[in-house]
Design a protein around this ligand. Structure first.
Ligand SMILES: NC(=O)c1ccc[n+]([C@@H]2O[C@H](COP(=O)([O-])OP(=O)(O)OC[C@H]3O[C@@H](n4cnc5c(N)ncnc54)[C@H](O)[C@@H]3O)[C@@H](O)[C@H]2O)c1
Length: 362
């Protein structure tokens, strides 16, 4: 039987979720809510006629098989709490799970009260290039010793209500966007972080903008360095004024046997049409001995690629979430994974703000 989804938050990413659920067999968006009625209406049209609700409580009380939270970061915790009051259905909640350490206890209480699985949306895990990297990393490196994740990209896009311009709404750049990369670090290294140092800040972006007289305080770049409990080291390099770059993400890992690297271009819609076809993601293998570098393209089916800005990952994640709804699959990104990614981001923000090394103990 077709599973009915409710979408909470119908902005940019909410529309991407609708486009990808539309592609799934056995799933449809049948309810939407957004405080901006036009956005809820446009998501409803995109879904082929989902019911528009005027509140989360009404939406959650309707007959749904799953709920997807795609509101601004600082609303996630209250959305989770409200859903649990009215519905016991499985939830997919966008990252970051929360934005301030005080919210962790509320989250734990909510999770205890919710009878069904909760999956934290970490789309990067599901990019085909990253999945290919994961499949080959151990053979290629002989066990990773050093991991570098570099994101060089365009500045934060404008958002509904400009919520992403201020740390208090987003959790800070190292939480808001970098929780993806910290989640990947845990996934790739198979270890847990024990300490972090960082140098990061607001260098060029948004300094000429004001919102109700306030200049944004959101950071646009930096370096973050983690030590892991299994001896691996991992670094994030973030720069958000690198719009001219070919690759948005580059992930490199090196071990005693060799090196593996994946390069992922930015969203297709930002590629200048006069330059022809946008680049494909790539995977490179660099064995140490004999030295035989090999690079191959990682293709994504056009229909899936076109359904969002994240190289098909939103679709592949939804496929697996649907398995969970149908009782045929396990949650792959748990509440604990989501919490640890936030804690790594908050610790990195603290390390950079206070110029200290921060210990972590999961
Ligand atoms: N995983 C990814 O790759 C990825 C990419 C982009 C965004 N996101 C996440 O998705 C979420 C939404 O981001 P976006 O880019 O779509 O932002 P957006 O500003 O485009 O959309 C947010 C929407 O939520 C609505 N909203 C505001 N308050 C709300 C509330 N209390 N309850 C419900 N809806 C509310 C807004 O009106 C808006 O339409 C954020 O948490 C963001 O971090 C994830």
């Amino acid at each position: 039987m077709t599973k009915k989804y409710g979408i909470i938050g119908c902005g940019m990413m909410g529309h991407e979720h609708v486009a990808n659920i539309n592609l799934l067999e056995g799933a449809k968006v049948s309810a939407v809510y957004d405080p901006v009625p036009e956005l809820a209406q446009s998501a409803s049209e995109k879904s082929g006629g989902a019911q528009v609700y005027g509140s989360i409580s009404e939406l959650a009380s309707s007959d749904l098989d799953a709920l997807v939270i795609v509101s601004p970061n600082y609303r996630h915790i209250e959305n989770l709490e409200e859903i649990t009051r009215y519905s016991g259905a499985p939830i997919l909640c966008e990252k970051p799970l929360y934005t301030h350490p005080d919210q962790e206890a509320r989250l734990d209480k909510m999770v205890e009260a919710h009878p069904s699985p909760i999956w934290v949306a970490m789309e990067y895990r599901y990019m085909p290039a990253i999945a290919a990297f994961m499949a080959e990393k151990d053979d290629m490196t002989g066990g990773i010793k050093m991991l570098t994740i570099r994101e060089h990209r365009f500045p934060f896009l404008p958002k509904i209500g400009d919520w992403n311009r201020f740390n208090r709404n987003s959790g800070g750049t190292l939480v808001e966007k970098c929780c993806h990369f910290f989640d990947l670090m845990r996934l790739i290294t198979g270890g847990e972080p024990v300490r972090v140092s960082a140098s990061a800040g607001q260098m060029t972006n948004h300094l000429n903008e004001t919102y109700n007289g306030e200049v944004p305080d959101i950071w646009d770049g930096g370096y973050v360095l983690f030590d892991f409990d299994n001896g691996m080291r991992a670094m994030l390099e973030l720069c958000m004024f690198a719009d001219g770059t070919m690759w948005n993400e580059e992930i490199m890992a090196v071990g005693p046997k060799g090196k593996i690297e994946t390069r992922i271009p930015g969203p297709q819609r930002f590629w200048p049409p006069d330059l022809g076809e946008p680049p494909h993601a790539q995977l490179s293998l660099y064995p140490r001995s004999p030295k035989r570098p090999v690079t191959r393209n990682i293709e994504v089916e056009a229909e899936i690629l076109d359904a969002g800005d994240h190289h098909g990952s939103t679709y592949y994640q939804h496929q697996k979430f649907l398995d969970v709804i149908n009782g045929n699959g396990e949650v792959e990104v748990s509440i604990e994974d989501g919490k640890r990614a936030v804690k790594m981001g908050l610790a990195a923000q603290k390390a950079a703000t206070e110029n200290i090394v921060v210990d972590l103990d999961f």
